[in-house]
Design a protein around this ligand. Structure first.
Ligand code: CMC
Length: 435
């Protein structure tokens, strides 16, 4: 393909031997690289091949922008570090869903709506009992989030903006309740009902850690740290889980079922499961003197081991979320008077070695958000198998904002990738006795 040097006429020319050149329009976003519009190719009998969608935009979106080379992450134009320090998570939810930060009245109204949807249908409590006690909480959350579709299907109109907003508010409100219930179920404690006088993060801590036997005080430093964890995980444009939600939703499916698809996709260790994998890796390393052994394993092409919490498909420079999380991690450890945290010592040394090692430098492998979020969550007292659940809770707003945006887009179509077929050519079925 030959790009025209002068983009003013905004076309790229594709030359295929023996064919007329094909002109492909070049589209411009507000920020980011120019994009070649290949939609005309299908009509000419060609597809493009791009496993992992490394060079493919599946949609246009106004929600989140990432510049991986500069380490920039913007939600609706606002840098993530400013949002993490100057707003709270519910303001960020409003921003992602509606496009602007709320004023005082808009915030009060939004918060009021969210807190009045935190209860779940009482029948759902019996669904939990169908799960083994030792089920992974992501399995439970995925199943029960999907089951919400059975409670909210009739009367749901995905083409009505008000109905969509109600769905978004229900999800933001109910997923923390379900997440905390997954944990309580796994340890055999009674479910704790939400308290609407607490903040979003404070209420989650309360549902996780209080019991009917004693008074629970929310620690404001931990509450703020958790709120920041929610904010930095709230959205990340077209990652695997968001694309899963969009793809599922592109068929007009029930949005609660679409969110379950997002949760399933997030669970994998290459995506949201990396924070759990990272903490288990730090535990496995065990002491600073064993780090070189693990660095060598990460570099060895014959060993499937990878340094969890390092590398990113899009960031080829420092992950800006990791910068926020590193600071938050230290605030939490100070507040809890954890001076010598063995896992933090290993993490700090691992980061230092990896950042000075040619293997990692030449491949632009920097610590990502999961590198520090795991240690922070662990210090707060969140069990390791709940880390990805917290990620799912925080990302629910991103998923539902993208789902909502997709319904509004005029050029939205059912997602239907093509393939290169490499199987058998046409052949005839033989009766069983002749096979
Ligand atoms: N440790 C060691 N080597 C690595 C790592 C790592 N963590 N990540 C990538 N590489 C190597 C990889 O082997 C390849 O080397 P070579 O060019 O010699 O074959 C090169 O770096 C490029 O890697 P890639 O697999 O082509 O990169 P990708 O964009 O397909 O994968 C990734 C991105 C995040 C899946 C990968 O970096 C990874 O597996 N990291 C560990 C898991 C992790 O921390 N995931 C969380 C991502 S942040 C949270 C989220 O947004 O979901």
């Amino acid at each position: 393909m030959q790009d025209k040097k002068d983009l003013s006429n905004k076309v790229a020319i594709l030359n295929i031997p023996g064919q007329e050149p094909i002109e492909l329009p070049i589209l411009k976003g507000t920020l980011g690289p120019d994009v070649i519009d290949i939609r005309a190719l299908g009509k000419k009998g060609y597809f493009t091949y791009d496993p992992g969608f490394v060079s493919t935009a599946s949609c246009s979106s106004k929600i989140t922008f990432i510049d991986g080379s500069k380490g920039t992450l913007l939600y609706r134009g606002y840098p993530i570090d400013q949002l993490a320090t100057k707003t709270n998570y519910l303001e960020v939810c409003y921003l992602l869903l509606k496009g602007e930060l709320p004023n005082k009245e808009q915030y009060a109204d939004f918060e009021n709506k969210v807190v009045h949807h935190t209860l779940i249908h009482e029948q759902i409590t019996s669904l939990f009992k169908a799960f083994r006690r030792d089920s992974h909480p992501m399995a439970v959350l995925c199943g029960i989030a999907g089951a919400l579709s059975a409670f909210y299907h009739e009367g749901l109109d995905i083409y009505d903006p008000e109905s969509r907003e109600r769905t978004a508010i229900r999800l933001i409100a109910k997923i923390p309740t379900l997440a905390a219930m997954s944990y309580k179920y796994s340890i055999g404690h009674p479910f704790v009902y939400p308290r609407n006088d607490l903040s979003y993060a404070g209420n989650f801590l309360y549902m996780m850690f209080s019991t009917p036997c004693e008074k629970y005080e929310v620690n404001p430093v931990i509450e703020r740290a958790l709120d920041r964890i929610f904010t930095v995980h709230a959205d990340h444009e077209q990652n695997a889980s968001t694309s899963s939600v969009r793809l599922a939703g592109s068929s007009g499916a029930n949005p609660y079922a679409c969110i379950a698809a997002g949760i399933a996709s997030l669970w994998g260790p290459a995506h949201g499961g990396a924070n759990e994998a990272c903490l288990r890796m730090l535990e496995e390393i065990g002491s600073v003197d064993r780090i070189p052994e693990f660095i060598e394993r990460a570099k060895d092409k014959n060993d499937p081991f990878r340094l969890s919490g390092f590398g990113h498909r899009v960031y080829k420079s420092y992950d800006p979320r990791a910068t926020v999380m590193r600071e938050t991690c230290h605030e939490v450890l100070n507040e809890l008077h954890i001076e010598n945290h063995p896992l933090l010592d290993i993490a700090t040394e691992l980061e230092r070695i990896a950042l000075s090692d040619d293997y990692f430098i030449s491949r632009n492998l920097y610590p990502n958000v999961d590198f520090y979020s795991g240690i922070t969550l662990s210090a707060i007292g969140i069990p390791t198998n709940m880390f990805t659940v917290i990620f799912a809770l925080a990302r629910t707003i991103g998923w539902i904002s993208h789902w909502n945006e997709m319904q509004e887009m005029e050029d939205s179509r059912i997602g239907r990738p093509r393939q290169i077929y490499k199987g058998k050519e046409i052949r005839q079925v033989k009766s069983m006795s002749k096979r």
